[in-house]
Design a binder for this molecule. Structure first.
Ligand code: 13P
Length: 218
């Protein structure tokens, strides 16, 4: 399973979370990644250096190097250490043509791509754009602590089926309200190959304990 922790803009210490992720990754088969704000990417990369945990970006724009003020350039994210990037998160939506271009920009620099969508239909459409993975996240459950795997398991199963029909090589992750190891196991049983989560770690008093709990049953 892939446990992808999106720190969003939560006022947590991204380096402390990264150090915890590095420690936890040493004792699990699960793959762990941390996606900080772009300005914190290099510090997180440094904190993860030599560990099995990986730095991810939260967003990439479909722009070439040059006259693109205020954008997240794939080359800069890769230079800062990102091995992959989210795209089209519910809180950072892109038009379809921009998602397509963002996946191409990420491919240009070797960044792994996880394209988000609200519904099985949206992630199936995203799968047609050739990302490495898609993540289905019902926005109404984001940040609630109520896991999608329990509140709406059909969304996960339907996303897995819909994406397999488009491109079986695209992995399917799920997110929203995931915060415990039981939630991750439930997601795996529904066919997901990873989970995307935020508040369960970013708002935890003890991110290390939260990460340990997430991967402990895997
Ligand atoms: O949006 C999410 C991850 O990208 C999910 O957020 P929560 O884990 O806080 O529900």
């Amino acid at each position: 399973m892939f446990v992808l922790v999106n720190l969003k803009t939560y006022p947590c210490d991204p380096v402390a979370v990264a150090e915890a992720a590095a420690d936890v990754a040493a004792d699990t088969e699960a793959r762990i990644a941390v996606a900080p704000e772009a300005a914190d990417l290099r510090a997180v990369t440094d904190a993860l250096a030599g560990s099995d945990a990986e730095p991810f970006a939260q967003h990439v724009d479909p722009v070439p190097p040059g006259s693109s003020t205020g954008h997240a350039l794939a080359e800069t994210l890769a230079d800062a250490g990102a091995v992959g990037t989210l795209c089209n998160h519910s809180e950072r939506r892109l038009r379809l043509d921009r998602i397509d271009g963002a996946v191409d920009a990420a491919d240009r620099t070797g960044l792994e791509t996880v394209v988000c969508g609200n519904t099985p239909t949206q992630v199936a459409a995203a799968a047609a754009l050739g990302p490495d993975a898609v993540a289905v996240e019902p926005p109404e459950l984001i940040g609630t602590g109520t896991p999608v795997s329990a509140a709406d398991p059909d969304i996960v199963e339907d996303a897995v089926a819909a994406v397999a029909a488009v491109d079986p090589d695209v992995d399917v992750f799920c997110g929203a309200g995931i915060s415990t190891g039981d939630d991750v196991v439930a997601a795996r049983e529904l066919g997901a190959e990873g989970v995307l989560l935020a508040s369960g770690v970013a708002k935890a008093d003890d991110p290390r304990a939260a990460l340990t709990d997430l991967v402990e049953p895997l």
